[in-house]
Design a protein around this ligand. Structure first.
Ligand code: SAM
Length: 269
């Protein structure tokens, strides 16, 4: 695959922190190594609420999938940059509402594929593939996507906490629009990414993550940049917000308001 996928796509480099494993550590998982934990310790110096933010982001993902399955009747989900499987994954939520729901998880990190296969091998309506989300053609041509995602049925394409991993040169907005073009009317796009109103926070966290991941990262952006990803699309209430404010329940963990935040929402095509 193009765009920086590992040379040996199944090799796990434990000496360089990976976003998937750092995120796993922030969520309280155990699929991480010393390099990831060291990078997270550095991150917590700059952004002390990062654990709360990761947990709040996961809660947003759960709410959004439940809403789409329960209230909008979505039965197929394509999750870009799905991360390591944790409890209450997309397929568990969607299939708790309708067992026939189908989910394809994609992630660039080989550890996600390794763990996903073990976790999901019992579930024929769920697949995990290793793919660079920038390669839309490859993803839509993948046999598991063809098997599980019906091209004429509304799909929810998820880009949850992933677009900050892409540098500007890879144009995250173009990626979102490219995927939108592949989906039938009535489909949904779920988009959120890290933002901050403060230039110093944007700069400090971006530098730290870029250094920790040896350049495998993008940028903390501004809210208007995320809004531009979904320009011209029909944004569902409550609009684009701090994800803790998107149809909230009682799961929100307090965090420092001056830090970075996950910002986004849901658009319907
Ligand atoms: N979407 C999940 C969530 O919100 O809980 C996981 C988010 S985690 C912060 C970001 C994930 O994006 C990581 O698992 C990372 O490996 C993945 N990722 C980063 N760049 C990617 C790319 N170019 N293609 C596919 N996945 C990517």
């Amino acid at each position: 695959m193009a765009h920086g996928a590992p040379t040996d796509e199944h090799a796990i480099d434990v000496s360089t922190p990976s976003v998937a494993r750092m995120y796993d550590w922030l969520l309280g998982g155990i699929e991480n190594y010393d390099s990831d934990r060291k990078a997270c310790a550095d991150l917590l110096e700059v952004a002390p609420s990062s654990k709360e933010m990761a947990l709040n982001n996961r809660a947003f993902l759960r709410r959004v999938v439940r809403y789409l399955a329960e209230e909008r009747g979505v039965r197929q989900f394509l999750d870009h940059g799905s991360g390591l499987p944790t409890q209450q994954n997309v397929h568990q939520i969607a299939q708790s509402i309708d067992p026939s729901s189908r989910v394809v998880y994609t992630d660039i990190d080989p550890i996600v594929l390794a763990h996903g296969r073990t976790t999901l091998e019992e579930n024929g309506r769920t697949a995990v593939i290793q793919a660079d989300m920038r390669n839309t053609d490859d993803i839509f041509a993948h046999p598991e996507v063809k098997r599980l995602i019906r091209p004429d049925e509304p799909t929810a394409a998820l880009f949850v906490s992933v677009l900050h991993c892409l540098p500007d040169k890879d144009d995250p907005g173009a990626l979102v629009r490219r995927v939108a073009k592949r989906l039938p009317a009535g489909s949904f796009l779920v988009v959120c990414q890290l933002v901050s109103d403060r230039a110093s926070v944007r700069q400090d966290v971006t530098s730290l993550m870029a250094e920790a991941t040896h350049g495998n990262w993008g940028r903390v952006r501004e809210k208007h940049e995320v809004a531009a990803y979904l320009a011209g699309m029909d944004i569902i209430e409550p609009g684009l917000v701090d994800v803790t404010k998107w149809r909230p329940d009682n799961e929100v963990l307090p965090r420092r308001p001056e830090e970075w935040e996950e910002w986004g929402g849901v658009a319907q095509l």
